[in-house]
Every structure is written in C-alpha cells, then in structure tokens.
Design a protein around this ligand. Sequence first.
Ligand SMILES: *[C@@H]1O[C@H](CO)[C@@H](O)[C@H](O)[C@H]1NC(C)=O
Ligand SMILES: *[C@@H]1O[C@H](CO)[C@@H](O)[C@H](O)[C@H]1NC(C)=O
Ligand SMILES: *[C@@H]1O[C@H](CO)[C@@H](O)[C@H](O)[C@H]1NC(C)=O
Ligand SMILES: *[C@@H]1O[C@H](CO)[C@@H](O)[C@H](O)[C@H]1NC(C)=O
Ligand SMILES: *[C@@H]1O[C@H](CO)[C@@H](O)[C@H](O)[C@H]1NC(C)=O
Ligand SMILES: *[C@@H]1O[C@H](CO)[C@@H](O)[C@H](O)[C@H]1NC(C)=O
Ligand SMILES: *[C@@H]1O[C@H](CO)[C@@H](O)[C@H](O)[C@H]1NC(C)=O
Ligand SMILES: CC(=O)N[C@H]1CO[C@H](CO)[C@@H](O)[C@@H]1O
Length: 431
Amino acid sequence: MIKQQHTKTSFFGFMFLLPTSLFALSLLLLLAFNGFSVFYIYLPGYLKSSPEPIKLLPENLSGEKTVTKLVSSVMYAVKEENPPDVSKTHLVQKPNVSMVPSPRPKQGRSTQQTLRTLGGGSGTKRKGVFATKVESFFQNSKCKPRFFMTWISSAESLSDRELLAIESVFKSHPKACLVIVSNSLDSKKGNSVLKPFLDLGFKLIAVHPDFDYIFNNTYAETWFNRLKKGNVDPGEVSLGQNLSNLLRLALLYKYGGVYIDTDVLVLKSFTSLRNVISAQSIDPETKNWSRLNNAVLIFDENHPLLFKFIQEFALTFDGNRWGHNGPYLVSRVVARVTGRPGFNFTVLPPSAFYPVDWTRIQSLFQGPKNASHSNWLKVKLKQIRMQSYAIHLWNRQSKNVEVQQGSIIQHIVSDCCIFCNSSESSFKVKK
Ligand SMILES: *[C@@H]1O[C@H](CO)[C@@H](O)[C@H](O)[C@H]1NC(C)=O
Ligand SMILES: *[C@@H]1O[C@H](CO)[C@@H](O)[C@H](O)[C@H]1NC(C)=O
Ligand SMILES: *[C@@H]1O[C@H](CO)[C@@H](O)[C@H](O)[C@H]1NC(C)=O
Ligand SMILES: *[C@@H]1O[C@H](CO)[C@@H](O)[C@H](O)[C@H]1NC(C)=O
Ligand SMILES: *[C@@H]1O[C@H](CO)[C@@H](O)[C@H](O)[C@H]1NC(C)=O
Ligand SMILES: *[C@@H]1O[C@H](CO)[C@@H](O)[C@H](O)[C@H]1NC(C)=O
Ligand SMILES: *[C@@H]1O[C@H](CO)[C@@H](O)[C@H](O)[C@H]1NC(C)=O
Ligand SMILES: CC(=O)N[C@H]1CO[C@H](CO)[C@@H](O)[C@@H]1O
C-alpha cells in the first residue's frame, strides 16, 4: 500500500511538470493503470529504480531456506548509544594528537598535524599519484570484484589478524582487486608485508590517500575543506576514525565495489550481492532491523544512497558522539529514504556479515565445555558456514581473546586462510 502511494504521488508530481496535452495523456494512462490497479510505472530517467527500495534478501544463502523475511520495513528507532566498545576501531589508531576542543588557532594546527599523519595533508608532491595508481591498477588487472580497505595506523601495527582478513578476501575471490588505502603501507615496509600475496599472483596495492581527489565534487569535499581551515570541530573522537567512515563512502561512490573493515573475514563469494548494506541487529518482536553497520558495504559507483550517506556526513558531523558518523549514520539515512523511489538497494539480515553480535563475539573463541555446549558449537558453526558471507570479528572486543581448541573461530580461520601456518598462530590457539 505504502509503496503504491509513493509511486502515485511521485507520478502526480511528475505530471505537473508536463505541458497540458501531455498531462491529459498521462491522466488517461494513469486511469488505465488504475484499471489494473497497478501503480508500478517506469518513467525513463525519472523513476529509474524500483519503487521498492528495501527488498528482502534476494536469494537463498547457500542453499538453505534461511533468512526469508527479514527486513520488510524499517525500524525508525535509530537511537544512539554511549560509547561502549562496540565498534569500528581497528581500522584506525587514534593519532597521537589531542583532538580535545581547544582554542581555535591551536585546534586548527592540530587538525593539520593529524591530517599530515593520516596522509591527507596539503602535500602537493603526491598530487595525481593516487588517481594514476588506482586507475592503472584497475585497468591492468581486469578484476572482479573491486575491494577496498583502509589502514591508517602504522605498518608495524598491521597484525596477523588483518593479514588474515586480506587472505580471506582472496580465498573467496581469487580474481579480486584489493586497494588498501593507507599512508603507512604505501612504503617499503608495506611492500614486504604484501609481497607474499603478489607472489601468489593476487592483485593488490597499497596506496596513499589523496583526499582532495577522492572527495572531489562531493559533499565530502566541502566538509573536508572546512576541516582543513579549522572550521569543523573535530571533537574528542579520533579524527582518523571519522575520516575512515567518510573515506569508505567516497571510495565506493567514486569507484564502486566492496568496502570491508580489516576485522572482517570473508567466508564466501560476494559476487551475487549488489547494492547491499547489512543489519547488525534486528528487533526481536517486529523483525525489522534496529541498526545497520558500515563494516561491509557493496555498492555501484555513484549510487544515490552513497550520495545521501556522504551528504549526511557533511551536514551532521559530530566528532563528539560515538558512532554518530558511522553505523548510526547509515541507519539514520536508510530509515529516512525507505519508501522513497529512486533508491535501489537491499538490507541484508545480520547473518550476512554480522552473525555474532559484538556482545557475544567472545563465544566464538571458546572451546567445547561439555556435551551440550559442544553440540551448540557445531550447530552454530554450521549455521555460519551456510548463512554468512562474512563475519565481523569486532576486534575491539575480541583482539585479546585466546582461541581455544575446538572453538568456532579455529574452524573459520582454517576455512579462510591462505598462508595457513602463520595465520593460525595469530589466533593463539591454546592447546
Ligand atoms: C535494482 O538493483 C538490482 C541489482 O541489485 C538490479 O538487478 C535491478 O535491475 C535494479 N532495478 C532498477 C529498477 O534499477
Ligand atoms: C533455496 O535453495 C534450495 C536448494 O538450492 C532450492 O531448492 C530452493 O528452491 C531455494 N529457495 C529459494 C526461495 O530460492
Ligand atoms: C516494523 O514492521 C512492521 C511490519 O512487519 C511494520 O508494520 C512496522 O511499521 C515496522 N515498524 C517500524 C518501527 O518501522
Ligand atoms: C604520544 O603522545 C604522548 C603524550 O602527548 C607522548 O608522550 C608520546 O611520546 C607520543 N608518542 C608518539 C609515538 O609520538
Ligand atoms: C576536481 O574535479 C574538477 C572537475 O570537476 C577538476 O578540474 C579538478 O582538477 C579536480 N580536483 C582534484 C583535486 O582532483
Ligand atoms: C555446559 O557448558 C555451558 C557453557 O559453559 C554452560 O552454560 C552449561 O550450563 C553447561 N551445561 C551442563 C549440563 O553442564
Ligand atoms: C608458512 O608457509 C610458508 C609457505 O607456505 C613458508 O614459507 C613459511 O616458512 C611457513 N611459516 C611457518 C611459520 O611455518
Ligand atoms: C561523530 C562521530 O561519529 N565520531 C566518531 C569518530 O570515530 C570514533 C571512532 O569510531 C567514533 O567513536 C566517533 O563516534
């Protein structure tokens, strides 16, 4: 019903733009359509996409009749929480610069400093390098699909965990191209870290970000210029993290492809997924999603939803509120555009990328405690293997947790590793 109304309204809106003769014709057309009680009309160049922006999961997750009805409509309660540890971090380490709001001039300076650390400073000598590198990489590599990661910490802090995430991308997508947007890895040290992958013929590069280029001609540019001038209060939260939230959106908007966080393990091919974002949690009663997450995003270039995300980021940035520019941002925007024509995307159920909630992620690392627990582990593992395309490890909650013998994660690690001898050691299996 709602769908129909929306379409109808838009159709009427459209008609008022027409000359009268056409208007009359359109009315006739509309009447004819009404006869069939169908309002699903394609107007070339206007209603380009389906008037059903949020579809259900398009297919069987690998053969099982699982996730059927999931996200039929949207939960508008996109309430923000306080900074537990839920998150997002991993990508970015807090730059060693205080971002606490302070007198203007000083703040401007520390922003500059941070931007330099992040590789987005005003350095002109790299002008054009990013564009050239990325474009020739894509041209020469004939790849499907394109993956993007960002790494804004030091090369030394890239651990076996992140390497395993990279392995998992190629294990499921041997023909993929992976662009790691990173200041620190676009270096000698970085090359040596990535060499084992190149030696096996996988296609990946690490490249220094050029924010001016990546954000060019988007709302991100406006925001970024204000930030550089010291006119954005970066707030207390790490600027790097927030830039990472924006960077992923702008990269996908520009190039299209898959963005994944470095604490996500890919479990199976994404090639059947297009224009998707996934719920992180659903409301147990209504079954509507209650929160989306931005750790995995798959979108075509210039997708209108990405445009909205970037716009929202620029207009509502608040560096003092946890998650406001990340998971909450995508949740807010999707809630708002749901039901509007012109957006064509799918909200996947949590099982797609977030099969285990951050509050329970540690259970993946536990070995069997007794017979019934052992049984539970088996069922859960089977479920993840069947239903999930990827698994977000919520590094902040799990990075120091030991992997016990017989745990789910131990099996998953061996499913998705390429250099299996070394990866497993990073997950410190307790014998
Ligand atoms: C919506 O997107 C799907 C792929 O996700 C595509 O097959 C379909 O043609 C699109 N529909 C419209 C109306 O653009
Ligand atoms: C799901 O997959 C099974 C086995 O591949 C198939 O028999 C079934 O028809 C599929 N269901 C849907 C809804 O596609
Ligand atoms: C939740 O979904 C139901 C239908 O499943 C819908 O009627 C309801 O409006 C939705 N609630 C919210 C808050 O979106
Ligand atoms: C980080 O900042 C602290 C305090 O400002 C300083 O003591 C420390 O040396 C800095 N570390 C690095 C790596 O710059
Ligand atoms: C931004 O795009 C314009 C064209 O719209 C181009 O002239 C300009 O050089 C671009 N700037 C950067 C930094 O890439
Ligand atoms: C088995 O182990 C689980 C997890 O530690 C525990 O919650 C459960 O109570 C145990 N069950 C029995 C029968 O001991
Ligand atoms: C892991 O395997 C690679 C080759 O697959 C080998 O070069 C390397 O030495 C091995 N590392 C360990 C710790 O066994
Ligand atoms: C406003 C906002 O979302 N700031 C975020 C910047 O990044 C940190 C780390 O993810 C978040 O905690 C903040 O919420």
